[in-house]
Ligand binder design. Structure first.
Ligand code: DC
Length: 223
């Protein structure tokens, strides 16, 4: 790795504002952004499209062996290509979110994704966000952040996002229940669970907006 290449790891639970923050940081610092959740989401979408049960280890293994996952960056924007098709616009549904949380519990899925993630972030400076970036993917990242926010604050934001998109299929209580379920699964799984590593700076975003969070992150980096 060249001397000028550095990485920023941002971990945290669903809806803590990681991706908005990571995008903002990458833009401010003029470096690249890798969303690792999108990779697990693409595996999950593949399982949905092919009718594979994410709890069936052998079926998931077979699927992983035959699927082709590519990441293309166009003008700095990450595109997920599944078996030659750009599926970037199809991986943000609640169904995919659930399946992604399930499929990411398999250690062999994680090993394959982590290998790709390390390769991508090796030669250029990157902000990388996920659950295990500071702990497993890039333990030597120059900067590490751990975002938190109460489940209620995260559910409120997600609910607002859905309503703004015109999606009225879920109540606030449904969204909160999903968030609590995903938190539990992402933190309690055996393989690389969501944890705050000792050398990560923790930022609680429950009561602060994205601009303030970004200013805080950039102030740590400039220090
Ligand atoms: O960040 P996200 O909501 O897009 O992630 C989707 C799922 O993928 C999430 O439930 C946990 C999993 N994930 C993971 O296990 N490790 C990562 N580095 C990123 C995401």
């Amino acid at each position: 790795m060249s001397e000028n290449v550095y990485q920023i790891a941002i971990d945290g639970p669903s809806g803590s504002g990681k991706s908005t923050l990571a995008k903002g940081a990458a833009k401010a610092l003029n470096i690249m952004y890798l969303d690792t959740g999108a990779m697990y989401r693409t595996c999950a979408l593949c399982s949905i499209k092919t009718g594979v049960d994410t709890r069936d280890e052998e079926a998931v293994k077979k699927m992983l062996g035959s699927m082709k996952l590519e990441i293309k960056f166009q003008d700095g924007v990450q595109h997920m290509i599944l078996n030659g098709e750009d599926v970037t616009g199809s991986i943000r549904t609640e169904e995919v979110s659930k399946a992604a949380s399930n499929i990411s519990t398999w250690p062999f899925v994680r090993t394959a994704m982590v290998e790709m993630q390390r390769k991508i972030a090796a030669d250029q400076s990157f902000v990388v966000d996920g659950r295990d970036i500071g702990s497993v993917v890039l333990p030597n990242a120059k900067y590490k952040f751990f975002l938190t926010a109460s489940a209620e604050a995260r559910a409120k934001r997600r609910f607002l996002e859905l309503t703004q998109k015109g999606d009225n299929n879920q109540t606030y209580e449904d969204v909160l229940k999903d968030i609590i379920w995903r938190d539990k699964q992402d933190s309690e799984r055996a393989a690389s669970p969501l944890v705050k590593v000792d050398d990560a700076v923790e930022i609680d975003t429950s009561d602060i907006g994205i601009e303030e969070t970004l200013d805080l992150l950039l102030s740590y980096i400039k220090e």
